[in-house]
Design a protein around this ligand. Structure first.
Ligand SMILES: *Cc1c(COP(=O)(O)O)cnc(C)c1O
Length: 431
């Protein structure tokens, strides 16, 4: 029964009201344009909402939660780690979780990569990679080499250095013109191999060799810049160009690392190794924020002998032991399972589920690589309509630009993969 006192009080604000009042969401205005869904819990491949609905997660929480949620081995790792220490600074101190993780990353990644900088997010690892390029050239007595070369269509993060190498049209450059460093851009890589594109890359590098410190690209898959795939052979051309001009070659595998494209690292498909490799996202299985920039002894030796006397970066939460422990557990879990079989099955399921999308009006391309499924439209997606259609199928998707895509957890059961495919087709139709 309502008492006279409570009857006169306004209703308590809901979580959504409180969110609207105070909390920024990614790339959003204040208050938000649309109300976010409220997640009460997450387990396996499902998100449980405050209204009791369950949605299959087609996004792996921005491509990170490859083992799904509340994974027993990863939960246990977090508990074990908190029993030993919370966070300790990494200046002058070290610990087993960081050293063991660094050793594992060195063992898993291409041969020449031996030294590991543990950063606290993907964007920060890109900033570190850019500093490695600049400090390398300075140490080699080429202080004029202060720009980066990349190709259009990329995405490398939201900090300023990272944004400067994102696609200049899709990547928010206009919003920061006058502030962003001006980088050297080649054309977007073609979707299938084209020898004349290698020539183009060579020409761009030749024209700017004296001012370029390094080359940074996402190998095989350009993610948030447009979910595009290219032939790995173009990476070989970049390797040859970098060698010819003594440029530092950086591969950003923050999205592609740990199996998403069907090989543990996408660079393996080209058979070339970069001088610097960035990993993040799936590194901790989506549990905690951590990324890493690995480099070769040649890069490390040059930087260490340079004027600055070391690599000029050191975040407060560098090498966080909780994140490092859960990263180790995530790698164990990945290697213990048949991850390659899982990713192949995911791809096969997406291919089957997305086949009907080709007949949807406005669809210009349907593509699948590894555990990535993409439906591209000839117009920007009506995101709320597309998401509502996916939710009606019991699936969480977050389309952007002209794309409805999925990157589900590797552990997604076959029937849920088909459900994601059906939801994407419905989303494309509603978009
Ligand atoms: C997500 C992403 C980043 C940025 O990582 P954050 O952890 O969001 O800072 C950089 N590069 C690529 C390829 C990414 O997909």
């Amino acid at each position: 029964m309502t008492s006279p006192e409570t009857a006169s009080l306004p209703p308590a604000p809901t979580l959504r009201d409180r969110d609207r009042a105070h909390v920024w969401h990614p790339y959003g205005p204040m208050p938000g344009r649309t109300d976010p869904l409220v997640v009460r819990s997450a387990r396996g491949v499902r998100l449980t909402l405050d209204d009791g609905r369950e949605l299959v997660d087609g996004m792996s929480s921005w491509w990170a939660a490859v083992h799904g949620y509340r994974h027993p081995a990863l939960d246990a790792a977090v508990t074990r780690a908190t029993g030993a220490m919370s966070h300790v600074m990494f200046g002058g101190l070290t610990h087993d979780p960081a050293v063991t993780l660094a050793e594992r990353l060195v063992a898993l990644t291409p041969e020449p990569l031996e030294h590991v900088f543990l950063a606290d997010s993907g964007s920060v690892s890109i900033e570190v990679a850019l500093k490695m390029c600049l400090q390398y050239q300075r140490a080699r007595d080429r202080p004029g080499r202060t720009r980066m070369m990349t190709w259009r269509g990329g995405y490398h993060g939201d900090t300023f250095g990272a944004m400067s190498v994102c696609d200049p049209e899709g990547g928010m450059h206009a919003a920061w013109s006058g502030f962003l460093p001006q980088q050297v851009f080649a054309d977007r890589p073609p979707s299938s191999y084209d020898a004349s594109y290698d020539e183009h890359l060579r020409a761009v590098a030749d024209a700017h060799a004296d001012e370029v410190a390094g080359i940074v690209v996402e190998p095989v898959v350009q993610g948030a810049g447009g979910m595009r795939f290219h032939d790995p052979r173009h990476l070989r051309a970049l390797r040859a160009i970098a060698d010819a001009h003594d440029l530092v070659l950086v591969f950003d595998e923050i999205a592609t690392g740990f199996g998403r494209t069907g090989t543990l690292f996408a660079a393996e498909q080209a058979g070339v190794a970069p001088d610097v490799l960035c990993v993040g996202k799936a590194l901790t299985g989506g549990y905690l924020t951590m990324a890493a920039a690995l480099c070769t002894p040649a890069v490390a030796t040059a930087i260490s002998g340079g004027e600055a006397g070391g690599l000029m970066h050191g975040p407060t939460f560098m090498a966080n032991p909780l994140a490092a422990t859960v990263a180790g557990a995530s790698i164990d879990e990945l290697l213990r399972r048949d991850w390659a079989g899982e990713v192949a099955a995911l791809g096969a399921g997406l291919r089957e589920g997305l086949a009907p999308a080709r007949d949807v009006p406005g669809v210009v391309d349907v593509r699948v690589l590894g555990g990535i499924g993409v439906v591209q439209l000839d117009h920007p997606v009506d995101v709320p309509a597309a998401q509502a259609a996916a939710e009606a199928h019991g699936v969480w998707l977050r389309p952007f630009r002209d794309l409805v895509y999925a990157m589900p957890p590797y552990v997604t059961p076959a029937d849920d993969v088909l459900r994601i495919g059906a939801a994407m087709v419905a989303a494309a139709r509603a978009a």
